[in-house]
Ligand binder design. Structure first.
Ligand code: NDP
Length: 600
């Protein structure tokens, strides 16, 4: 759909611009991200899935500590194994591998990025995803399979949270301390702690006073709801259930919640744009016939489309590519007016999203409230085939807050517009911290050379090479979005970062280097490249409705140096590939021993 669909306009761009601006205005608030509440003060951050097992602290001297057992950590560890480096440990706060897929087990959980590009290492693993869009359970099981295939379980310290990572100048090693009393003395540390994992709560007055059952979607309490991620929430029968939030998580959970609940109230501040999902079981013949190397090619193809390029051949055609391709086509059709053409194409896309609401939702007032009025990439697009029709059920009520959010929470329920909705169970689908400082989200700081903290360095502005190496933090590899490439398919980024980190560790070891770190010139050179890609960036987001993409509408307050590499992620990956192919470790300083330094 979409590519040639650029017929005559059936809307007034001027009117839509006014409507978008008015909707944005309603939602802007002076407190920005400060509106959210810390999760820990209200709910337990404990792991509800794996009972805690006590163990003695470990004191070990090893080559590498990998922090995080999600895809980033799993991929790094798999790459270390492939490079013949076996002396490493994975430290993971959860009770198993899986990262976000460990914690998020809410009903309906799936990945809406195609499984063929989202699940990494498919060719090496010889694995065939069951469906085009995999369930959370399949992804979690696949993470565990990677853990077994690369013998990672024997290296893992689960249920263990890192509390501090400190550089010792004397030993030229890192000391990784944990909440289990472990002291891991490591030459290298890879931090793959995730990007969207610290749950946040809406800062609604009275949130802590609710007397019924309550939890966040990333700690779903099946003891309260019954059932599992596939549905069958039988303990909610006859119960009054409320859910706050209508983002990507809620869109997946609401259809199954509605089936289980006596009555479901959906409290909405901003509607998501919900396109078709069109899931299907994997065509086994097609899958078996894919030529070796297909997965990386498919990943790169998808990433290039979502970065605004049109490859010679389009390998993934789905809801995501329907978002991006019409914009690229429109801009190409009239390069002199590319920005305007892109805006019109975006408006056409969103008109289709709004028409889909009319087609699927019976009650016109509910339908109108479910229509998103903003540019498509202002908020994360969603794809679901049952979400909208769920609002036709007699036991589902949409409580639209007209952009202002829930007014108050009382012991009995939720207040909107002066009306109290009494509830037995209240679910927060309020998302995760995104724009807060990375050390806060990770839960620990890193203390590098001369006692400087990573937190302080982020407050001043990051100094990195490729976003991965930090000035003053030798032998540290930090996965983040700061000065690094990003893709809608974030696993593609993790695949590339893991390969790069493992390569540098292997090279440093081969050369007998005790330390490897970026030179100041290299970090300055990299910053110039990052900043050169920023032209025009921010203009689009500045006009967007508030959300986590634009720091809740407060762009501009942050530190410019902490920006991501906003160019085409494939260009970023190509730079990493070329750098490795040159075999010169350019920009990194290797210390062979305390006396002898080799600057590349
Ligand atoms: P989001 O941050 O996307 O959504 C939070 C929701 O809570 C929004 O609808 C927000 O409204 C609402 N909210 C916040 N404060 C209030 C308030 N005071 N009153 C009423 N409503 C409020 O979190 P999600 O968990 O849905 O998604 C987070 C991210 O996780 C996604 O963007 C995506 O990257 C990832 N994800 C990916 C999936 C996949 O398939 N790959 C599936 C699910 C999640 P408002 O919009 O107005 O701020």
């Amino acid at each position: 759909m979409g590519r040639q669909d650029q017929g005559e306009l059936r809307f007034s761009p001027e009117e839509l611009r006014r409507k978008y601006a008015a909707e944005r205005e309603k939602r802007l608030r002076p407190d920005g991200i400060a509106q959210y509440r810390d999760f820990a003060g209200i709910f337990s951050e404990d792991d509800p899935y794996t009972p805690r097992v006590e163990r003695l602290p470990r004191h070990e001297t090893i080559d590498v500590v990998v922090i995080g057992g999600g895809f980033g950590g799993l991929l790094t560890a798999a790459e270390l194994r492939k490079a013949g480096i076996g002396d490493f440990r994975i430290v993971e706060k959860a009770g198993d591998f899986g990262g976000t897929w460990y914690w998020n087990r809410y009903p309906g959980v799936r990945c809406d990025v195609e499984s063929y590009i989202y699940l990494p290492l498919l060719e090496e693993m010889g694995y065939e995803p069951r469906e085009r869009y995999a369930t959370g359970a399949e992804i979690l099981a696949y993470c565990q399979q990677i853990g077994r295939r690369y013998a990672l379980y024997e290296t893992a310290l689960f249920q263990t949270a890192v509390t501090e990572v400190r550089w010792s100048e004397k030993n030229r090693r890192w000391s990784v301390l944990t909440d289990r009393g472990d002291v891991l003395d490591a030459r290298f540390v890879v931090v793959a702690g995730g990007v969207l994992h610290k749950p946040k709560l809406p800062g609604i007055p009275g949130i802590e006073t609710f007397a019924g059952e309550s939890f966040h979607t990333s700690r779903w309490d099946y003891a309260v709801t019954g059932g599992d991620a596939g549905g069958g929430l039988d303990k909610l029968a006859g119960k009054r259930v409320g859910i706050i939030g209508t983002g990507a998580t809620a869109v997946q959970a609401i259809p199954l919640l509605a089936q289980g609940a006596g009555h479901l109230h959906v409290f909405q501040r901003t509607p998501s744009g919900v396109g078709e999902r069109g899931n299907a079981t994997t065509d086994r013949q097609w899958y078996a016939a894919l030529a070796p190397g297909w997965q990386r090619e498919r990943m790169a193809n998808f990433t290039s489309i979502t970065a605004g390029q049109v490859p010679d051949r389009i390998l993934v055609e789905d809801g995501w590519t329907d978002v991006f391709l019409p914009l690229v086509d429109a801009a190409a059709s009239d390069p002199a007016n590319a920005a305007e053409q892109r805006e019109l194409a975006d408006m056409r896309n969103m008109e289709r999203i709004r028409a889909r609401v009319d087609a699927l939702v019976d009650d016109p007032v509910t339908a109108e409230a479910l229509k998103p009025y903003y540019h498509q990439m202002c908020k994360r697009p969603c794809f679901h085939d049952e979400y909208l029709a769920t609002f036709n059920r007699p036991n589902v009520t949409l409580v639209d807050t007209d952009g202002v959010g829930v007014e108050r929470i009382t012991p009995k329920g939720v207040v909107v517009g002066g009306t109290e909705y009494e509830l037995d169970c209240l679910i927060h689908a309020s998302g995760f911290e995104v724009a807060t400082i990375q050390t806060r989200r990770l839960g620990f700081d890193m203390i590098g050379r001369a006692g400087q903290s990573l937190e302080a360095s982020l407050e001043r502005g990051a100094e990195t090479l490729f976003g991965l190496h930090r000035l003053g933090f030798p032998n540290l590899f930090l996965f983040s979005t700061t000065q690094a490439g990003a893709s809608i398919n974030f696993v593609h980024v993790l695949v590339e970062l893991a390969e790069h980190a493992a390569y540098v560790i292997r090279k440093a070891r081969e050369q007998g280097a005790t330390t490897v770190e970026p030179s100041r010139e290299a970090t300055e050179g990299w910053l110039r490249i990052v900043l050169s890609r920023l032209q025009g960036f921010g203009e689009f987001q500045r006009q967007c409705t508030p959300g986590y993409f634009n720091n809740e509408g407060n762009l501009g307050g942050g530190v410019l140096r902490n920006v991501g590499f906003v160019g085409d992620a494939n260009e970023y990956f190509a730079m990493l590939h070329e750098w490795r192919a040159a075999e010169r470790m350019e920009g990194l300083v290797l210390t062979i021993d305390a006396q002898q330094e080799m600057t590349r």
